[in-house]
Design a protein around this ligand. Structure first.
Ligand code: MTE
Ligand code: MOS
Length: 808
């Protein structure tokens, strides 16, 4: 419902696509960006750069797509449920196991003592217990697991946690500010600076101070966390797990079992959404299912319901900020000093790389000559926060966008003008972490969007509208995005693939990436089809499986198609190279003359079916399958100094949002949004537009309606279901939503010169928040700067209106 990105539709005829990606969509134009062995010919039919439906679209809509819970259950399958800590902090004294074991249908109760080896499911630091041991750290922490005949009975017994758990409560730290005041962090503070922010601040003609916060966000994947573990012969396990990171699940399960990695196979055909929430945090469920299945020698499934999913797992980090900026009369930033305090929850999880990405995105689109950033990863007695689309990038960039907006309001200048004056430009294009902003599209992209959106005319119209409208106010904002693509951790930027060509000419591709609705499998299949010159329908992608491609990275950081696309291309090219001598011989031409295209191989004025070629190659004993590998070149990163070249390239984008605010109720509506987003040369414009639309609305939800509330005393997350936690629906989409792709080939040698698209567009709806702020400002005196909170719920909007109107 909240994921229009997953609506399967073929947009080949969509004017939004045609207008912006003409050269690719026009089959006659071939695919100019790739120097293929089989260079483009007038009749070539490119398989990349075309809008193809998601490979599972027909299965999604018919309900046939298999998610973990749809896998036919093996005979004897048992079901697990988790018993959760009722207190935010305390010492675990005992668990009344007898009470639990007595419950109907209960087969076993597991506690930390049943874990054969390491009690940890944390990805980086080993500070994340699978089941609580000694200390209780947050309300919702799994303390025991009940294994029962069916899921309902397991849940009924697990619900007795409050009675079964005996604990001594301790004072809890529930907010990041509190933890920061106590110096309580999950990792040591991180500092990234350039120049001399303190003296530049002191010398600046104008200064602006800020104290602000943005809330966290629940991933709200439609398929909740789930793992299904099946014991295999000779001490081994097959685990079906809804995860973005099968290899890490394999490792963590092996560590918990005290096994070798080869004893554990993890499979995932698809997720019903991950959004970062299944990058590390699918591990707890995989580990519990694995331990139970092994101990009981029965298949065990653990599927948590939505409330437990909310209570057990973490989400996007909420951030608190304190900043001080200095600027000149034109609004040019001369110095910025900022504290970023993230609420990490009880353990480190991925909080360190999330903070690193936040620090590397505070600059967003702007040249900051003197800057000092201080990142504090606050440890609190709440769920452990984790990856969520953007991975800290949005929280870093949002701060500077609020700052720029504040500067503009102070000076009485349109915020867009201040943005443009601060843009990275030639001579001012080195980021605080030492990477050059190359192939900077900020100016051409925003210039085009300003024009196509009619920004300036609409600004004037809105000013006129607001002058004559006391109750309804309109607001407008344009915000840019610059997002770095690659994992900040260099070694993660690698991928593998396996391509099998069968003797009938059909192809199966397997790669290390996972499908979560984003269309990765579709894109990778297109790449392979393109390479072999066969129709996309001849290529099928199979489930991600740790026994096929080993030691994979998480499908994250938006790098899925960049990495796995290149790896699959490598594999397909190897096969093609093996076929070429035979094809040249059969066609009586040189290898240079061969063209693989449209399901055939041409050369010397003759053609041969790909099928026939493959069948002949088999008889000639030519290897028809291959592995492929890719490692992103040129990256380096000093984690201690936070300096280097962490990103292979940047993706750019910009959005103009127009909103209507009801000043009596605080309700807001996005009346129009114009988006221009850079995906390089799109591999599949329909999928990319879907990703942009989905990310936009998801980000809009984060900034306007999704509010997390923990009970201030007990620490219970009160908003643990859709009844109290409001994700955006189709109804919240911008009424007039114009999404276009900025067609410019990636200057970096990415797969077919495309760019990653998964996360960057999540930053586009900053424009929505700032448009709301703009509308609120229309209720106050000239140059007022509304103290609008995020998420800008109706309450927050009313509070901000109240503040600006009572000041006049
Ligand atoms: N799109 C859908 N439909 N579902 C998802 O779970 N996850 C996002 C993004 N788009 C997600 C999605 C996140 S957090 C990332 S990192 C990327 O997809 C991962 O996929 P990619 O690297 O293949 O783009
Ligand atoms: Mo995405 S937050 O990198 O899984």
């Amino acid at each position: 419902m909240n994921k229009p990105a997953e609506l399967p539709m073929d947009r080949a005829g969509d004017p939004r696509v045609n207008r912006t990606v003409d050269p690719i969509l026009d089959p006659a134009a071939g695919h100019a960006s790739t120097a293929l062995d089989s260079g483009p010919t007038p009749e070539s039919r490119p398989q990349v750069g075309v809008s193809r439906a998601h490979e599972s679209a027909h299965l999604h809509v018919s309900g046939e797509a298999v998610y973990i819970d749809d896998i036919a259950e093996a005979h004897g399958t048992l079901h697990a449920a988790l018993g959760l800590s009722p207190i935010a902090h305390g010492t675990l004294v005992s668990i009344d196991l007898e009470l639990l074991r007595r419950q109907p249908g209960v087969v076993a109760v597991l506690t930390a003592a049943d874990i054969p080896a390491e009690n940890n499911c944390g990805p980086l630091l080993h500070d994340d217990p699978i089941l609580a041991e000694g200390e209780l750290r947050y309300v919702g922490q799994p303390v025991f697991a009940v294994i029962a005949r069916d899921r309902e009975l397991a849940r009924r017994a697990a619900a007795l946690a409050k009675q079964a758990i005996v604990a001594t409560p301790h004072p809890a730290v529930l907010t990041a500010r509190e933890a920061h005041a106590l110096g309580q962090y999950v990792i040591p503070p991180m500092h990234l600076s350039r120049g001399d922010a303190a003296s530049a601040l002191a010398a600046a003609p104008h200064r602006l101070e800020g104290d602000w916060a943005v809330g966290g966000q629940e991933q709200f994947y439609l398929e909740g966390q789930i793992s299904y573990a099946l014991p295999q012969e000779n001490q081994a396990l097959l685990i079906h797990c809804s995860t973005q990171h099968p290899s890490e699940m394999q490792q963590l399960v092996a560590h918990a079992m005290g096994w070798q990695a080869h004893q554990v196979t993890v499979q995932c055909r698809r997720m019903g959404g991950g959004f970062g929430g299944k990058e590390s945090q699918s591990a707890l469920f995989a580990c519990v299912a694995a331990i139970a299945a092994t101990q009981l020698r029965r298949p065990v499934k653990l599927r948590v319901d939505r409330d437990d999913d909310f209570l057990v797992t973490g989400r996007r980090h909420g951030f608190d900020y304190r900043w001080s900026v200095g600027f000149d009369d034109e609004g040019r930033i001369l110095a910025a000093e900022i504290d970023l305090i993230s609420n990490c929850g009880h353990s480190a999880d991925l909080s360190a790389p999330v903070m690193a990405r936040a620090l590397c995105h505070f600059d967003n689109a702007y040249w900051l000559p003197n800057v000092a950033m201080h990142g504090y990863c606050a440890k609190t007695n709440t769920q452990s926060n984790t990856a969520f689309r953007g991975f800290g990038g949005p929280q870093g960039a949002l701060a500077i966008e609020m700052i720029v907006d504040g500067i503009a309001r102070r000076l009485g200048v349109d915020a867009l003008t201040v943005r443009q004056r601060n843009f990275y430009r030639e001579g001012h294009d080195l980021t605080p972490y030492g990477q050059q902003v190359e192939d900077n599209l900020l100016r051409p992209l925003t210039d085009r969007l300003i024009e196509t959106s009619g920004y300036h005319a609409r600004r004037a119209e809105i000013t006129a509208f607001n002058a004559g409208s006391p109750v309804l106010k309109k607001g407008l904002a344009l915000t840019p995005v610059k997002f770095g693509i690659s994992f900040n951790v260099v070694h993660l930027n690698q991928a593998g693939a396996l391509v099998h060509v069968y003797t009938d000419g059909s192809v199966l591709v397997n790669h290390g990436g996972t499908e979560m609705g984003q269309g990765l499998n579709t894109k990778v299949a297109q790449v392979v089809a393109h390479e072999l010159g066969i129709p996309a329908a001849s290529v099928r992608a199979s489930a991600t499986d740790t026994s096929k491609v080993a030691n994979t990275s998480a499908t994250a950081a938006s790098t899925g198609s960049d990495l796995n696309g290149k790896a699959a291309q490598d594999a397909a090219r190897k096969i093609k190279r093996r076929l070429m001598p035979l094809a040249a011989r059969l066609l009586g031409c040189g290898e240079d003359a061969l063209v693989f295209d449209g399901g055939e191989v041409r050369g010397g004025g003759q053609a041969l079916g790909f099928k026939e070629l493959v069948a002949k190659a088999y008889l000639e004993r030519i290897q028809l399958w291959s592995d492929g590998f890719y490692a992103t070149p040129g990256l380096h990163w000093d984690r201690a100094k936070l300096q280097g070249k962490p990103f292979y390239y940047y993706a750019f984008g910009a959005a103009v949002a127009e909103v209507l605010v009801d000043t009596l109720t605080g309700e807001t509506r996005v009346t129009r949004a114009d988006v221009l987003h850079d995906v390089g040369r799109s591999l599949n414009p329909a999928l990319d537009i879907g990703q942009v639309e989905g990310a936009f609305v998801q980000g809009q939800g984060w900034l306007t309606s999704e509010e997390l509330v923990w009970h201030p005393k007990s620490g219970l997350l009160l908003t643990h279901a859709p009844s109290t936690y409001k994700i955006p629906t189709a109804n919240d989409m911008p009424r007039d939503f114009r999404v276009a792709l900025f067609d410019a080939p990636n200057a970096a040698d990415s797969i077919h010169r495309s760019k990653a698209v998964g996360e960057p567009p999540l930053l586009l709806p900053f424009s929505v928040l700032l448009a709301i702020k703009d509308a609120v400002a229309a209720c106050g005196a000239e140059r007022c700067d509304p103290p609008l909170r995020a998420p800008a719920t109706p309450e927050a909007v009313l509070d901000a209106i109240e503040a600006v109107s009572s000041a006049t």
